[in-house]
Design a protein around this ligand. Structure first.
Ligand code: ITT
Length: 177
């Protein structure tokens, strides 16, 4: 059994669909202001490594919007809590370039730190659509689709998503041991 340290039940449920032998642990850890998701994740591991008695991972993710030069990026959680999807749609009003990507970094600790990254390219929708999922899902349309993540079941989202991709790399690492 591996512990997934997160306060976000939606993230946990998506991960659990791909790797059943995990348990959610809600242990708050500092999310530092850094330039990359990797740095945020590694700092989290350093903070948590002595506090857990199981192998564990955490996941740091963000939405990077081209028209906004990569914003909200590493600030995605804070921006979601403050201006939310409506705020992002306002910032994107009249934007011609609607390209965006989600990134996910999984940091796994088994005595050493291992990082697994997933990227999902897509577009910011003109309007919020769908009620499933969480966070920015109603405004993100993955490449090759017309629907947002919030219009998909989590199994289907996992086929495309940044988290699904990072999880698959992580699972392939685990299967080697
Ligand atoms: P943790 O406890 O695991 O940190 P969190 O929700 O604070 O949970 P992050 O710090 O990784 O997560 O922040 C990422 C933010 O980006 C999060 O608040 C979501 O709003 C958004 N986000 C991440 N993955 C997403 C996804 O698959 N779909 C929609 N929004 C997502």
């Amino acid at each position: 059994m591996i512990c997934f340290v997160t306060g976000n039940r939606h993230k946990y449920e998506e991960a659990k669909k791909l790797l059943s032998d995990i348990e959610m642990r809600h242990i708050p850890y500092p999310e530092i202001q850094a330039d990359s998701l990797e740095e945020v994740a590694e700092y989290g591991i350093e903070f948590l490594r002595k506090k857990l008695d199981c192998n564990f991972f955490l996941e740091d993710s963000g939405l990077f919007i081209s028209h906004l030069n990569g914003f909200p990026g590493v600030y995605s959680a804070y921006v979601f809590k403050t201006i939310g999807n409506d705020g992002i749609l306002k910032l994107m009003k009249d934007a011609e370039n609607r390209e965006a990507r989600f990134e996910s970094v999984i940091a796994y600790y088994d005595g050493e730190i291992h990082l697994f990254k997933g990227i999902c390219k897509g577009m910011i929708a003109e309007n919020a659509m769908g009620k499933k999922g969480f966070g920015y899902d109603p405004i993100f349309i993955p490449e090759g689709e017309k629907r947002t993540f919030a219009e998909m079941e989590s199994e289907e989202k996992n086929e495309y998503s940044h988290r699904g991709m990072a999880m698959k790399k992580f699972i392939s690492y685990l299967s080697r041991y």
